[in-house]
Design a protein. Structure first.
Ligand SMILES: [Cu+2]
Length: 338
């Protein structure tokens, strides 16, 4: 009984503080753009807190004092209280807001969101879908052209230009450790340049409400040393590994012959559709379904048969006709695609 009463109060407290542990934060920057924004944000927070505190102190002072002199209450037309209005209403806000305005302009100027004119192709083309991220690495040589989903790798210390676009509604790219937000708009590509200066796995999310699955549209950016990045890119550019065992072989056949291939691509097989994410190396991703699920065997099976319960409204139907051995074979096969 006692325990139940405790948990009744504990639960809201746990929920309220849950967001504080880990997760994306603007206050742990991993690059120059986000560091500038974090500085600006901290500074603005301090200045506005001071202004807020002063305002509340004045209100408390006025209510404690209750009434002033006749001179102080003279009508404004005869000059009463004019000093308060000039100082409190114009001078102080100007002194507070003008430096913030200048600092904001400088932060924006340091990190143009659009490329300087004449700048060439972006490095990555990122397309927003309800509710996942299609990722294309652009390059001249085909062995560096990569299609993947929901997870981007970048080399530490190198600026990466990302072109943002949407194929349905407006989404917004936001990886707080790397930069501010920028919208993905149908028919109107935007560009953002990110630079990570330390290794890490940085979480991002769609920051513009885009429908029922909006909260389940997460993105991961992995910043790693150049050689690790090159190895990852080469791996992603390669076609899918051929099935290594009996179960994977069966799994591939089921994948190609059932509905899966009408929406997905696995390079090197006959599945070549692009309604859903490219699954050529799905086994190597850290999450599933736009990082809403851990990439484990159990979740893979759950997603295939219950996508609509996990992400209601998703473009992926429940494929509940896959059961038992067949389901296991498909999961074994997809898990092996690293
Ligand atoms: Cu969204």
């Amino acid at each position: 009984m006692m325990q139940r009463r405790m948990s009744k109060w504990l639960t809201p407290a746990v929920i309220a503080t849950a967001g504080c542990s880990g997760g994306p934060s603007v206050f742990s920057p991993a690059g120059p753009a986000s560091r500038d924004l974090a500085h600006l944000g901290t500074w603005v927070l301090v200045v506005l807190s001071a202004a807020g505190t002063a305002t509340i102190a004045l209100i408390l002072w006025a209510s404690a004092r209750q009434r002033g002199s006749f001179a102080e209450h003279a009508p404004a037309s005869t000059g009463g209280g004019l000093l308060w209005i000039l100082v409190g209403g114009f001078l102080v806000p100007a002194l507070v807001l003008f430096p913030i305005f200048i600092a904001t302009l400088r932060a924006v100027d340091h990190f143009p969101l659009h490329p300087p004119s004449g700048h060439g192709r972006a490095d990555i083309h990122l397309i927003g879908h309800q509710w996942w991220w299609e990722v294309h690495y652009l390059a001249d040589s085909p062995d560096r052209q990569v299609t993947t989903a929901d997870e981007i790798h970048v080399p530490i210390g190198w600026p990466v230009e990302i072109e943002l676009e949407s194929r349905d509604v407006i989404h917004s790219f936001w990886v707080p450790a790397l930069h501010g937000k920028l919208d993905l708009i149908p028919g109107h590509p935007n560009r953002i340049r990110v630079l990570a200066d330390r290794a890490g796995r940085f979480e991002g999310e769609c920051a513009e409400y885009c429908g029922a699955g909006h909260a389940r549209m997460l993105l991961v950016v992995v910043a790693e040393p150049l050689d690790a990045y090159e190895a990852w890119l080469a791996g992603q550019a390669a076609p899918a590994l051929p099935p290594a065992d009996r179960a994977s072989e069966t799994g591939q056949a089921i994948f190609e012959n059932r509905a899966c291939g009408t929406c997905h691509t696995i390079r090197g097989t006959s599945a070549m559709s692009s309604v859903g994410p490219d699954l050529t190396h799905v086994g190597g991703r850290s999450g599933l379904a736009a990082n809403t699920l851990p990439n484990s065997r159990a979740w893979l099976e759950a997603w295939i048969t219950h996508a609509q319960s996990i992400k209601p409204g998703s473009q992926m139907p429940d494929l509940a006709q896959l059961r038992g051995d067949e389901l296991q074979a498909v999961a074994t096969y997809l898990g092996s695609l690293r």
